[in-house]
Design a protein around this ligand. Structure first.
Ligand code: PRT
Ligand code: MG
Length: 212
């Protein structure tokens, strides 16, 4: 049995065509089904539906053989025990520093001010500001970072931006790009060895689908 860990929403939707290229079709829709283990057309392949940030953990411990996770999530997880053979080029966005429209970020940085930064991406934020030599107090949040500067919790946020509509709707502006983000295939290292005959053809099919 091959178990593939996916999160609902954009990753599931954008992974469907890649699964199809490997001859895998889910038999239920995670948006309407309450099941957490979804069968597929292949008796030897099942999907498990987990929180996006939990995907690397399921794969690391071998509870799933494969998974799809954003570079943002993988960076925070650390990637221990994971083989990352393929950038799937899906669920693309940018990790940005953003502030209120009326906040002068450049001059705060120039003056060496200590910045309060709210984010879910503590590791990425720490690395980014350390490389810039900017002193920050990081505040860990689990959701809706955009609210933090509006109510005085922080001066800045580190968040993902795709259309930019969420920033705009909340009178925020992006002031710095930290990195571009896409989702990657992650594979349990032991599973790749033990189930090589089944997993390798899937990896080849995914790679072919990504190219075309
Ligand atoms: O939603 P949940 O809290 O359960 O978990 P999650 O947010 O980690 O999962 P999900 O499914 O929302 O995102 C899965 C992956 O998609 C992330 O790990 C990213 O790699 C990738 N991705 C791509 C995004 C976005 N684009 C994105 N725009 N993840 C989140 N967003 C959010 C962003 O945080 C911000 O709040 O969308 C909002 C901004 O969108 P725009 O279009 O208004 O700029
Ligand atoms: Mg989300």
């Amino acid at each position: 049995m091959i178990t593939i860990a996916l999160s609902k929403g954009r990753i599931f939707e954008e992974t469907l065509p890649l699964l199809a290229a490997a001859g895998i079709t889910p038999l239920e829709d995670p948006e309407t089904s309450r099941k957490l283990i979804l069968p597929t057309n292949r008796a030897d392949v099942r999907l498990i539906i987990v929180r996006a940030s939990d995907v690397p953990t399921y794969v690391q411990y071998g509870a799933a053989d494969l998974g799809v996770a954003g570079k943002d999530v993988l960076n925070e997880h650390g990637g221990l025990g994971l083989y990352q053979p393929l950038d799937l080029n899906i669920a693309r966005c940018r990790m940005m520093v953003a502030v209120r429209n009326d906040f002068d970020y450049e001059s705060a940085v120039r003056q060496g001010a200590r910045l309060r930064v709210a984010t879910k991406y503590v590791q990425a934020a720490r690395d980014h500001f350390a490389a810039k030599g900017v002193h920050v107090d990081l505040i860990k949040l689990y959701g809706s970072m955009e609210l933090a500067p509006l109510v005085g919790l922080s001066d800045a946020i580190v968040d993902l931006v795709s259309s930019g509509n969420t920033l705009k709707a909340n009178h925020l502006k992006a002031v710095e790009e930290i990195t571009t983000i896409s989702s990657r295939l992650v594979v349990n290292q032991a599973a790749l060895k033990l189930k090589h005959g089944t997993i390798q053809p899937m990896l080849d099919a995914f790679a072919g689908a990504v190219k075309s």
